[in-house]
Design a protein around this ligand. Sequence first.
Ligand code: NAI
Ligand code: 13P
Length: 346
Amino acid sequence: MEKVAVLGAGSWGTALAMVLADNGHEVRLWSHRQEHADEINATHKNEKYLKGVQIPESIHASNDLSSVVKGVKHIVLVVPTKAMREVCKDLVNVMDQEVILTHASKGIEPETYKRVSEVIKEEIPDKFYEDVVVLSGPSHAEEVSLRQPTTVTVSAADIKVAEKVQDLFINRNFRVYTSPDLTGVELGGALKNIIALGAGISDGLGYGDNAKAALITRGLAEIARLGTAMGANPLTFSGLTGIGDLIVTCTSSHSRNWRAGNKLGQGNDLEEVLEQMGMVVEGVRTTKAAYQLSKNQNVEMPITSGIYQILFEGADPRDVVDQLMTRIRRHEMEDLTNILDEQMND
Ligand SMILES: NC(=O)C1=CN([C@@H]2O[C@H](COP(=O)(O)OP(=O)(O)OC[C@H]3O[C@@H](n4cnc5c(N)ncnc54)[C@H](O)[C@@H]3O)[C@@H](O)[C@H]2O)C=CC1
Ligand SMILES: O=C(CO)COP(=O)(O)O
C-alpha cells in the first residue's frame, strides 16, 4: 500500500481520494482553505462539492502542503487548471523526494495554450518526478463517490509509469485503462468541455436530441482535427477520453459545463451564471485557448468558434446555431480522410 497526496479537495479530488482509500492506500487530501480541511475532518463530508456523500474516516484532510506531501510516493493534482501553475510553484518549495505526479484536471491554459502536463513540467524540475501522468475519461465525481461502475484512462510518456498509476487506482468499480497518447488524452478531456457548454446551450434554447447528437459528433470531428494537428493519434478520440467523455458530459445535468451552458441558453448572463455555479466550469477558459489554437494551427473549429462568440462577443445563441446550420456544404468525413491521407503519405 502506498502513501498518496491528493491536492485539491473539490468534487473530483475528493472522489479520487475515496477510490484510493477504498484500495487501502494512506490518503492525505490537501485543501487550499484551512476551514474546508477542518470541516472534512470533523464531519467526514464535503457538502459543498459532494452533497450527501460519506467520506471514509481514513482520509485525512489538511491545509499544510508540506506535511501532506512528506514521504509520499504519489502526488495526484486535481485543482482547477487556472490554479495549477500556482499550486506547482508552491509544491516545488516543499518537495524533497522523487514521486509519480498524476493530474486529473481538464483544461488548457488560455495565456500559454499549454496542456496541464506541460504546465506541470514547466514548473516542477524533473528530478522530483519519475513521470507526469494524466487520468481522464467519462467520470462524474458524483457517481464515482457512490462507487458506481466507471472507466478511465491513464497516459504518460513512459507507459510503465502509467501502469503504476493504473495499479494504484484500479478496483472493481473503477476500471483503469492505459494509453501511450498523452497529448490526445489530455486534449480530449479539455476540449469536450467546450462542446458540453454547447450541448447545454442547445438544451437551454429548447432544441432536442437531434441537435445534441449533431453537436457531439461534429464536436468530436473538430476536436480530432485540432488534436491530430497538435500531434495526437486520431484513434484516441474514439475512446473513453474522446467520445466517452463527450457523451457523459453533454448528456448529464451532473456536468457543470452542461449546466452553465443550459443557463446561458435560457438567456442568463455569463458572469452571473459562473458566480451562481460556485464550482469550476473549465470550458469557459478552454474555449478561449482552443479558439486561439485553432487559428494558430489553421484548423477549422466552427462550433468552438460559435461558443467563443456567445461567451466573449455577446452573440445571440440562435444566430450562432443558424450560422452553423448554413455553413458551406461538406462531405461528412472530409477532414479526417484528408488527415489520414497526409499521414499515409508521410
Ligand atoms: N467533478 C468531476 O466530476 C470531474 C472533474 N474533473 C476535473 O477536475 C478538476 C477539478 O475539478 P473539481 O474538483 O470538479 O472542481 P470543484 O469546483 O468541485 O472544486 C475545485 C476545488 O479547487 C479548489 N481551488 C480553487 N482555487 C484554488 C487555488 N487557487 N488553489 C488551490 N485550490 C483551489 C477549490 O477550493 C475546490 O476545493 C477540473 O479540471 C475538472 O475539469 C475531471 C473529471 C471529473
Ligand atoms: O469531466 C467530467 C466528467 O468526465 C465532469 O465534467 P464537468 O466539469 O462539466 O462537471
